[in-house]
Design a binder for this molecule. Structure first.
Ligand code: NCD
Length: 305
């Protein structure tokens, strides 16, 4: 059984194929509108979500399939103490594919080991978020026409931001991608990522605290929210939450064809005044999330046949 737990579960060829399918869906949606008729997607969200859950659900509806699930742990038997493994076995009796979000790192791996249907990790704690990365890759591919030869700035909470971890891992496989990692000292990328992925593969990267200094060289600026729910201490969160606020004046030295991305939700880190700048692409990124998840559902259901 094929699952998507970590972005490395997919080869670059498979990712490229999915991006191609997503672009075809965008061009000719009617071709795909009945393809999953009779199939069910379960969305099991043990943690809050707007875009990820609703884009999965919209994706399945647009493929002609149906959706069931829950959007908070409290409304499932997890509240009575049921294990993730038992929940997954149960849902596998009702659904053909499962998208699951959980606050505990590793919960989707445990779930997939017990599952009779494909499991998709829709975010596990501060660890990984492979379907956001597929969304980001589709967005970068549509904006730039390529996934190689570029400088990618990632800014904000690089320590707890799971979207950052999966995106760096994914982009480490494309040629000549340079990373500029912009964060306060306390929120730098985890050591395991730095050494096991970046240093080991000989990637070109720098760590800095200076967003404006880095701006002129960036092709992509990926802003992130400081992940309040992962902090042990509220005081630390309050001190760090507004470390970076992107405003129009900070973009004066940016490239004309910069793409500004953000997985959203945004709190303070991008001023709403930036939304009108043609380089702000985060709401387009939101739209791409549905199309790439349609391509992913199709692929995993096909592989499960
Ligand atoms: C992200 C997440 O859940 O990790 N959101 C998303 O899925 N689009 C980012 C975040 O919550 O900050």
């Amino acid at each position: 059984m094929r699952h998507l737990i970590d972005i490395m579960d997919l080869s670059t060829t498979e990712i490229d194929d999915m991006i191609r399918v997503a672009k075809d869906i965008i061009a000719e949606p009617a071709k795909y509108s009945h393809i999953c008729s009779g199939k069910k997607l379960a969305t099991l969200f043990f943690e809050p979500s707007t875009r990820t859950r609703l884009s999965f659900e919209a994706a399945m509806y647009e493929l002609g399939g149906n959706v069931l699930g829950f959007s908070e742990a409290q409304s499932s038997s997890a509240a009575k103490g049921e294990s993730v493994a038992d929940t997954i076995r149960t849902v596998g009796a009702y659904a053909d594919i499962i998208a699951m979000r959980h606050p505990k790192e590793g919960a989707p791996v445990v779930a997939s080991a017990k599952s009779t249907v494909p499991v998709i990790n829709a975010g596990d704690g501060g660890h990984n978020h492979p379907t956001q990365t597929l969304t980001d890759l589709l967005t970068i591919s549509r904006e730039k026409g390529r996934l190689n030869n570029m400088t990618v700035g990632l800014c904000g909470d690089l320590k707890f931001g799971r979207t950052v971890h999966s995106l760096i891992t994914a982009m480490s496989r494309y040629e000549n991608v340079r990373f500029v990692l912009i964060s306060p000292d306390e929120l730098r990328i985890p050591e395991y990522l730095k050494y096991e992925v970046m240093v080991k593969k000989g990637l070109d990267f720098i760590e800095t605290t200076d967003l404006e200094g880095a701006m002129p060289e960036l092709d992509i600026l990926y802003m992130t929210r400081v992940q309040r729910e992962r902090f042990f201490n509220e005081q630390d969160y309050l001190r760090l939450k507004d470390s970076y606020i992107l405003t129009p004046d900070k973009l004066t030295n940016a490239k004309e064809d910069l793409s500004i991305l953000h997985p959203l939700p945004r709190v303070n880190e991008i001023s709403v005044a930036v939304d009108d700048d043609p380089r702000a692409r985060y709401f387009e990124q939101v739209r791409n999330g549905k199309f790439i998840r349609m391509a992913l559902i199709l692929k995993l259901l096909e592989d499960a046949k």
